[in-house]
Each structure stands twice: as C-alpha cells, then as structure tokens.
Ligand binder design. Structure first.
Ligand SMILES: [Cu+2]
Length: 117
C-alpha cells in the first residue's frame, strides 16, 4: 500500500469508530403516561439520549417544562412524543393536570440539578 495513503485511512478508521461509539452510547428512554401519572417519574439521561413519552391513559396529557422550552403539545390517548436531550435537568408537568409531574435528571450531574433550583 502507498505509505502516503495509510495515515489518511487510519484517521478515517478512527473517526468512524468514534462516531459509532457516540451513537452506541445514546440511550432511548421511555416514560409511560398512565393512570394520571408519569412512570418512571424521574428519568436519568445523558445529553444525546432520547426520551419518548407514551400516552397509554384514557385522556389527553402533555409534557411541558416552560423554563427550558420543552413542550410536547397535547398527546391524545395512544400518541407518543420523542424528545432528544440537549442540555440540563428539568422538572416538567402536564398543564392539563398540574399535579402530574416528572423530572429529567442528568446522570452524574448533581451540580447541574442543584443550580436549576
Ligand atoms: Cu395530564
């Protein structure tokens, strides 16, 4: 093989592996909405993870955290909404039933959670 080409190929291989491992680390979390509550109520995530809220209840709900501009809009029974985690932790609620609350926490980021309060 041409020795000038080899380092380029090696770099390409490294970048490819980095991209693959970053993708493998992003987890998909599910929060079920049923019986007028979010389960689990606290979901621990990393930036890049996705959270899907599935409304399995008999009435409409939403997922809203105004402080961080998170809003699912109304989720009719059977609907779901996927969110990709970008920043820090947040508390959320259902605006239709404000006693329904949940929290998104960052794994191993207790300082970030404390700062938000
Ligand atoms: Cu609700």
């Amino acid at each position: 093989m041409n020795s000038a080409v080899r380092p380029v190929l090696r770099l390409g291989w490294v970048l490819c592996c980095l991209a693959a491992s970053a993708r493998a680390e992003a987890a998909a979390h599910v929060v079920v909405i049923d019986g007028m509550r979010f389960t689990p109520q606290v979901v621990k995530v990393k930036p890049g993870d996705t959270i899907t809220w599935q409304n399995r209840d008999m009435v409409a709900h939403d997922v809203t955290a105004k402080a961080v501009n998170v809003s699912s809009g109304t989720l009719a029974p059977g609907q779901s909404w996927r969110y990709t985690v970008r920043g820090g932790a947040f508390d959320y609620a259902c605006t239709l039933h404000p006693m329904m609350t949940g929290r998104v926490e960052l794994e191993g980021a207790h300082l970030a959670i404390r700062r938000q309060r």
